[in-house]
Design a protein around this ligand. Structure first.
Ligand SMILES: Nc1ncnc2c1ncn2[C@@H]1O[C@H](COP(=O)(O)OP(=O)(O)OP(=O)(O)O)[C@@H](O)[C@H]1O
Ligand SMILES: [Mg+2]
Length: 245
């Protein structure tokens, strides 16, 4: 995970002098004179600033409009996802692995019960990758309204946007009443993202079998080719929160 890596890097930079010397292009062997130490401290400032800025960018990302993350999920991260069961640990690990995979061009399909943390982990993935989140309903709305001549974006621009963004999470898939439209948009974007070798997370609270049935052959074939899936189970976190309160 990028956020964790940056936190580790910052800690090491602050506590491990040899590492700091390495990043500042200083000799890593031998004692430094008092004068060299002063220069090192001076040279450390912009490098530390770079790491801190990168970290802040990630931590604030989901509050930005361009992330597409709804305010309700803006604070969701991998750090505040609790792993209460072995299954949750397993799910958490799978999502982290997907997010930190280099040259990732696959699809991660997250299905299962309501309130079990799918959107939480999806938006945590957006935060860590500075990616984009969109619900299927909003995606359909964006495509449909782009056909209006007053729209700031053309249909091509909407499609190009979601087909080229470096990390995309599409939530609430398989439930739209405009099923034909949903299938058309999803199959186009998944195909384009596959061609562009870009990773995508697809989330639905339907059972995988039902979702596949709803999405039809074109999308299912694409998913079969590229997707790994995770089934979320267990009691809704929303209900648990209410019980504790
Ligand atoms: N393991 C967890 N640790 C901490 N918070 C959690 C966890 N699972 C869920 N939550 C919290 O519970 C609430 C519901 O989770 P979330 O919206 O991610 O569920 P969901 O699986 O997307 O549900 P739905 O299918 O209804 O969309 C959110 O506020 C989320 O942050
Ligand atoms: Mg959800």
């Amino acid at each position: 995970m990028r956020e964790q890596n940056l936190i580790d890097e910052l800690k090491r930079f602050d506590t491990d002098e040899i590492y700091a010397r390495e990043l500042c292009d200083f000799p890593t062997k031998g004692e430094l004179t008092v004068h060299d130490k002063a220069i090192l401290e001076h040279d450390k400032i912009p490098i530390r600033e770079r790491i801190v800025n990168e970290l802040h960018l990630i931590q604030k990302w989901n509050h930005k409009k361009e992330s597409g993350v709804p305010p309700r999920f803006a604070e969701c991260s991998f750090f505040n996802f609790e792993c209460r069961t072995e299954n949750e640990k397993h799910i958490f690990q799978k999502v982290c692995d997907f997010v930190s995979q280099e040259h990732n061009e696959g699809v991660l399909l997250m299905t299962g019960a309501k309130g079990t943390g799918k959107t939480h982990l999806g938006t945590a993935a957006v935060r860590d990758t500075q990616g984009r989140y969109v619900s299927m309903e909003d995606l359909i709305y964006k495509v449909e309204s782009s056909m209006n001549f007053k729209s700031p974006q053309t249909e091509e621009e909407v499609f190009a946007d979601y087909s080229t963004t470096k990390f995309l999470v599409i939530d609430e898939v398989g439930r739209s009443l405009k099923r034909e439209k949903e299938i058309e948009i999803l199959s186009y974007i998944l195909r384009k993202r596959y061609d562009n070798q870009l990773p995508t997370i697809v989330i639905s609270n339907l059972e995988k079998k039902v979702l596949m049935k709803n999405l039809g052959e074109a999308v299912v074939d694409r998913l079969r080719e590229t997707a790994t899936s995770i089934e979320f189970t267990g009691e809704s976190y929303r209900i648990l929160k209410r019980k504790v309160a």
